[in-house]
Design a protein around this ligand. Structure first.
Ligand SMILES: Cc1cc2nc3c(=O)[nH]c(=O)nc-3n(C[C@H](O)[C@H](O)[C@H](O)COP(=O)(O)OP(=O)(O)OC[C@H]3O[C@@H](n4cnc5c(N)ncnc54)[C@H](O)[C@@H]3O)c2cc1C
Length: 339
């Protein structure tokens, strides 16, 4: 299983499609950790994410163009099966797509190239939303081309971040240490989990909870957290252990459902040839490794803020909106502790 992650200022949002979907109450309750108040998410935290990213579904004039014929066809096939299709909100400036179609901008959305990143400023990625807002406070400094190799707790309980400053070619230019009282991990499910698994195996952070590293991988359907990152001393890295059988039933159920709508001949499941996921979740989950607000248990000043907190799935929906809503909620609780 390969995990695809965005690497850059803005993380996964640089390359994601941007499907911004809120799970319904039942799916949320079935998949998210207990103790999260659905009503507060519905009325407040999801709404905050919407205000920042301003997701909107594709307008009908664009859906009518030849570039979106496949989407129209699928929509009609879904309707034909008596199901209710809906247009998924995306954090996209649809006027930019109109300009692409008029030939005023190089195509990106209208060709599907958007998953390699969009250079025409039409997507509200985190670098131009959340991170830009944070920088505008004057209190935040973003350091690019920096790879965190290890994290460590010193004898006085402070946190040491071992950072490699790299060149654009990936060569390590300088090795640095940053020392801090509070450390917020936001390296994504895979990145945060790798750092914690390494720290545990190398005893850089003594007494980390035992469940560090247990992960799920596919954000579709309600999956069980059966995968695991394990430390490999040879490569000094945390390596994913995952068997395809873990989600075989779920994959078959999704395939059957889609085949029932479009017919088998039209369906190509690329993950059968190259097993990949865009939606890693878990590794430092709420309840096992972290408390309800992302504080790592037994480790004062160490916090997890990303998809590593979420066990299993985000209510069978694409995960980014729930990851962001959870971060909004947790920051309300933990920031007053350190400011
Ligand atoms: C091609 C693609 C399409 C997707 N489409 C959708 C979609 O339509 N809708 C949806 O909801 N989700 C989608 N996703 C998933 C979504 O992007 C992720 O769920 C989301 O970005 C996870 O957010 P995060 O904050 O947990 O971590 P990330 O967004 O992964 O951010 C982690 C950041 O930390 C950095 N990092 C990691 N390790 C280190 C380290 N050791 N040192 C320094 N930096 C580090 C990474 O480079 C990255 O910038 C897609 C993902 C991909 C790859």
């Amino acid at each position: 299983m390969d995990i695809l992650c965005g690497a850059g200022v803005g993380g996964g949002s640089l390359v994601y499609h941007g499907m911004t979907i809120q799970p319904d109450e039942e799916a949320f309750a079935r998949s998210m950790p207990s103790g999260l108040d659905w009503t507060a998410f519905d009325q407040d935290f999801y709404r905050r994410v919407e205000r920042r990213l301003r997701p909107a579904p594709i307008p009908r004039d664009l859906l009518g163009t030849k570039q979106y014929r496949a989407a129209r066809q699928f929509h009609d096939q879904v309707l034909g099966k008596g199901l209710r299709p809906f247009r998924v909100p995306l954090p996209v400036d649809w006027d930019v797509v109109r300009r692409e179609l008029r030939g005023e901008l190089p195509p990106s959305y209208s060709t599907g190239d958007v998953i390699y990143g969009a250079n025409n400023a039409g997507k509200r990625t985190l670098d131009v939303t959340y991170l830009a807002e944070a920088e505008a406070t004057g209190l935040v400094q973003i350091q690019t081309l920096s790879w965190v190799r290890d994290i460590e707790r010193d004898r006085s309980g402070r946190w040491i971040v071992h950072v490699d400053r790299i060149t654009t070619g990936g060569r390590v230019a300088v090795r640095r240490r940053i020392v801090t009282d509070a450390l917020f991990l936001g390296a994504g499910s895979a990145g945060t989990t790798q750092l914690l698994v390494k720290a545990k195996a190398k005893n850089l952070i003594p007494d980390l909870p035992d469940d560090v590293g247990t992960t799920s991988l596919i954000g579709f359907g309600l999956v069980k957290p059966l995968g695991e990152f394990r430390y490999d001393a040879r490569t000094d890295d945390a390596v994913l252990h995952w068997k395809q059988s873990y989600d075989a039933d779920l994959t078959a159920a999704i395939r059957d459902r889609i085949t029932g709508i479009v017919g088998g001949s039209l369906l190509i499941d690329t993950t059968r040839f190259d097993t990949t996921t865009y939606h890693p979740l878990g590794g430092a989950v709420i309840g096992a490794v972290c408390d309800r607000y992302g504080r790592v248990r037994g480790q004062r000043g160490l916090y997890v803020t990303d998809g590593a907190l979420i066990p299993g799935s985000t209510g069978a929906c694409n995960p980014s909106m729930t990851i962001a809503a959870l971060a909004e909620r947790n920051m309300d609780a933990v920031l007053p502790e350190i400011i």
